[in-house]
Ligand binder design. Structure first.
Ligand SMILES: Cc1cc2nc3c(=O)[nH]c(=O)nc-3n(C[C@H](O)[C@H](O)[C@H](O)COP(=O)(O)O)c2cc1C
Length: 197
C-alpha cells in the first residue's frame, strides 16, 4: 500500500451520485475552485469559465433538461456504470441528470478552440482530486451543453452573462456523500492497456 498522499487520494476518488442535502462549506468550495484554476491549460490561456450554481431550483431544472436530452445505453446485468452509485444509464427512474447535487459547476470554454474539452477535463480532474481529499464527493458530467438546450437553459445562459462564443463543455457535481452509503469500490482495471517499448 502506498504512503503517498496524492496516490492515496487518486485511488480513493470515485464518482459519487448520492449526496447529502447539506451544502458544502464555502472554504472547501474555494479550495476546489483554486485547484481548478491552477490546472494546466493549452498555451497557458486559462480560458475555462467556472459557473458555480448552488440554487437548488435552477440545478434541478437544468438537470431534468439534461436527463430529457440524454439517451444513454441502459445498463444490463453484465454491463453497468455503477451498482453502488447508479447513473442515469443504470436507473431509468432517475429524472435529474445532476442527481440533486447541491453544487453544480458548469465549465464553459471557447467553442472555436481546439483544446476546450482538454482544458475543462484537466481542471475537472484537479477539482475531483481536491474534493476527495476534503471528503467531498464529485461526479464528472459530460456533454454539458445538453442542460441548456431549451428556452429555460438559454435564459439561464443570459442571466449568467456567459460571453458569446463560449459553450458548456461539462458539469462537475459536488456534495457530501450520503452518510449511510459505503464508499464505492473501483472496478478492476482492464489489462494490457500499458505498452512498454
Ligand atoms: C468524460 C466523462 C463523462 C462522464 N459523464 C458522466 C455522465 O454524464 N453521467 C454520470 O453519471 N457520470 C459520468 N461520468 C462518470 C463516469 O461514469 C465514472 O467516472 C466511471 O463510471 C468510473 O467510475 P469512477 O469515477 O468511480 O472510477 C463521466 C466521466 C467522464 C470521464
Amino acid at each position: 500500500m502506498t504512503e503517498n498522499e496524492v496516490m492515496k487520494t487518486i485511488m480513493h476518488r470515485r464518482a459519487i451520485r448520492r449526496f447529502e442535502e447539506m451544502q458544502i462549506a464555502e472554504d472547501e468550495l474555494g479550495q476546489i475552485l483554486q485547484a481548478g484554476m491552477y490546472a494546466p491549460s493549452a498555451g497557458g490561456r486559462q480560458g475555462v469559465i467556472f459557473a458555480v450554481c448552488q440554487d437548488a431550483k435552477v440545478n434541478e431544472r437544468l438537470g431534468k433538461i439534461k436527463r430529457a436530452n440524454s439517451n444513454p445505453h441502459m445498463a444490463t446485468a453484465t454491463s453497468y456504470v455503477s451498482k453502488e452509485q447508479p447513473s442515469i444509464a443504470d436507473d431509468p427512474k432517475i429524472v435529474n441528470a445532476f442527481y440533486d447535487a447541491p453544487t453544480v459547476i458548469t465549465m464553459f470554454a471557447l467553442r472555436n478552440f481546439l483544446f476546450s474539452v482538454d482544458d475543462c477535463a484537466v481542471a475537472a480532474e484537479n477539482m475531483m482530486i481536491m474534493a476527495d481529499s476534503l471528503g467531498i464527493g464529485s461526479c464528472y458530467i459530460g456533454q454539458g451543453w445538453t442542460a441548456f438546450a431549451d428556452p429555460y437553459g438559454q435564459e439561464i445562459l443570459k442571466k449568467w452573462e456567459i460571453p458569446d462564443g463560449y459553450y458548456a463543455v461539462m458539469q462537475l457535481l459536488l456534495g457530501y456523500p450520503r452518510k449511510e452509503d459505503k464508499h464505492p469500490t473501483a472496478k478492476p482495471r482492464k489489462e494490457k492497456r500499458i505498452l512498454r517499448f
